[in-house]
Design a protein around this ligand. Structure first.
Ligand SMILES: Cc1cc2nc3c(=O)[nH]c(=O)nc-3n(C[C@H](O)[C@H](O)[C@H](O)COP(=O)(O)O)c2cc1C
Length: 200
């Protein structure tokens, strides 16, 4: 009888472990598919509705950026959230690529903090990872974004009176896409992996 009880306990424990392993592998599978769906869903939005972006959504987007990895974890990014009528008018004068968005993130990095070696720093790389996290979180929240490099960093720094150590990396308009917004032809053009990947 005692042997039977021990056998039953062992069998229950084994079943629980293998169920747990299955749940974990299902979770890995479904997470991957959700991420690819999200990545496919995103496109550069170049026409925005004037609907304001809720503060809770801005908070989530900024939090997604905060979680990004940076070289030596120095977190050199500094993000200006341009949303006042004055700031939006100013950025529209400095770039044709704000596209009427109600919010424009001006993503900078701190040249005093950024990791550097042999005269090169990782500021653009760090900011790009932060920006990618933000962009995908915005997509997840039903918002549109566009990565924008079409501006003069010195002009933008002067117009917004940035401290000398805050170097602009890129702009990211953000808001609800207008009803007419649609992906450009570029969006549908991706090279096959055989052109961009080599296994060695
Ligand atoms: C580094 C970088 C700079 C970009 N600069 C601009 C820009 O100044 N203006 C603009 O309208 N789009 C800009 N884009 C958006 C790209 O044109 C767009 O992402 C690309 O054509 C693919 O289209 P999709 O984002 O809709 O998939 C930029 C994208 C990247 C990654």
């Amino acid at each position: 009888m005692r042997k039977l009880i021990i056998l039953a306990i062992a069998a229950t424990m084994f079943a629980a472990c293998s169920n747990q392993a299955k749940v974990q592998s299902d979770q890995v599978q479904s997470t991957k598919e959700n991420f690819l769906d999200l990545a496919r869903q995103r496109f550069a939005v170049r026409e925005y509705a004037q609907t304001p972006v809720e503060q809770a959504k801005l908070d989530s987007i900024l939090e997604a950026g905060r979680l990004a990895p940076t070289a030596k974890n120095v977190q050199p990014q500094h993000i200006y959230v341009l949303q006042s009528p004055d700031a939006i008018a100013k950025i529209n004068e400095l770039t044709r690529c704000a596209y009427g968005a109600p919010v424009v993130f001006l993503v900078c990095y701190d040249t005093d903090l950024v990791w550097s070696k042999d005269g090169h720093d990782t500021g653009d790389m760090d900011c790009s990872i932060v920006g990618t996290h933000m962009m995908l979180e915005a997509t997840e929240l039903g918002l549109g974004t566009c990565w924008v490099k079409w501006f003069d960093p010195a002009e933008v720094a002067a117009a917004f009176e940035l401290p000398a150590n805050h170097k602009p990396a890129f702009l990211m308009p953000c808001g609800y896409a207008s009803e007419n917004a649609k992906p450009s032809d570029y969006h549908f053009s991706r090279k096959p992996l055989s052109e961009t990947v080599t296994y060695k």
